[in-house]
Design a protein around this ligand. Sequence first.
Ligand code: TYD
Ligand code: MG
Length: 451
Amino acid sequence: MAKNKTAYVCQNCGAESARWIGHCPSCNEWNSYREEIIATASPVASSLTVRAKRKPELLSGIETSITERLTTGISEMDRILGGGLVAGSLILMGGEPGIGKSTLALQLALAQKSRKVLYVSGEESEGQVKLRASRLPGDNSECFIYNETELESIITQAAAINPDILIVDSVQTLHSSVLESSAGSVSQVRECAAMLLRYAKESGVPVILIGHITKDGSIAGPKVLEHIVDVVLQFEGDGNHLFRILRPAKNRFGSTAEIGIFEMDGNGLKEIMNPSELFINREREQASGTTIAATIDGLRPFLIEIQALVSTAVYGTPQRSATGYDIRRLNMLLAVLEKRAGFKLGLKDVFLNIAGGLKVTDPAIDLAVVSSVLSSNLDIIIQNNVAFAGEVGLSGEIRPVARVDQRILEASRMGFETIVISGYHRNIKEQPGIKIQAVNKIEGLVRFLFT
Ligand code: TYD
Ligand code: MG
């Protein structure tokens, strides 16, 4: 537990000293130093007095400002927040270094038309931020940049400027002078977040706090904050690929099922309104082993390309490798193909790749994975106007998947002529221009694909 910070203060001139001294060097007064608390470690006293004044209120009598949402000017961001920033909310945006957190935050600051934004950067100087801003779209004449890491100064400046949005990049660089521990330590991170939360609630200003997460999650920080903040947004993506997904892990004011998809280019992050176009390429030359799956992430249906390569194992033990897909699930599907459909894959190398560097956990892509493997194994092309959506069970049955209507609609919207789904679905809504092919078992799939 942190102790209150104290200092000896000259009662005559106000000079401070770390230890008691008999003679004040600044005003030459004798015996004027008294010990004083200059910062409290915990605001127990003040919160007690506040609590004493509060009374329980009837739910129906409570007035709320939650409907007053501040639109961010970035529609993907608004959507995942549930319609914009809620007044007085604290939003934590976490992600691995280099994923684009600072870029998105600055872009958000620049997208505010004639709204005051205070962007505090503890990592970059004002000049560096300016350099980055010059490459980004948007221009906000009321955007203040402040290079500071001491929390008390940040809150003082925020109170003076009174911005509409406060952005703090990043929580790991912050330190409060109340605590002695170094910036980035758990106690500092927690204390700073708690103080920013208090600032947000008292002033009604939405605060966006950026936090780094490392691959192993070992860094002190965002994890300890998740219960303090109102919204946790996770920025995901693969550094080698261009697209990024912003995913709410927690949202007190909206759903966590929405996702936002962005693409990083030379001029910052672009919103992807139509993700299917990014993840499939229909102009390329057709090859065996490639299929299209209709998947859903969050609430958004989109189409992705699955590629498989099956070849005779050169070494004794066959290799299995999967990018963007669970390798154990791939092994299971291969076992099902071997047992239920008689394909001898035990001596083959199998490589699976989800195009675009996407990681997919949706079981509905099983059907496309199986079809890719079969297509590559037999070296027979599957037409690129066929999409797949179905889960494969251990007995080789094709199981129904969630929200199949949305998947069919997306495939039809993207101009696919056939979609293969489970035969166990009931009340399927037909879409114009797309034929629904129902299959119940792996055998049925093989018959459909290769005869
Ligand atoms: P950054 O926002 O600094 O990441 P974070 O704050 O999450 O650590 O940006 C990360 C990467 O984005 C960086 O490697 C360079 C790249 N980038 C672009 O490709 N285009 C751009 O316009 C900008 C500003 C950055
Ligand atoms: Mg950064």
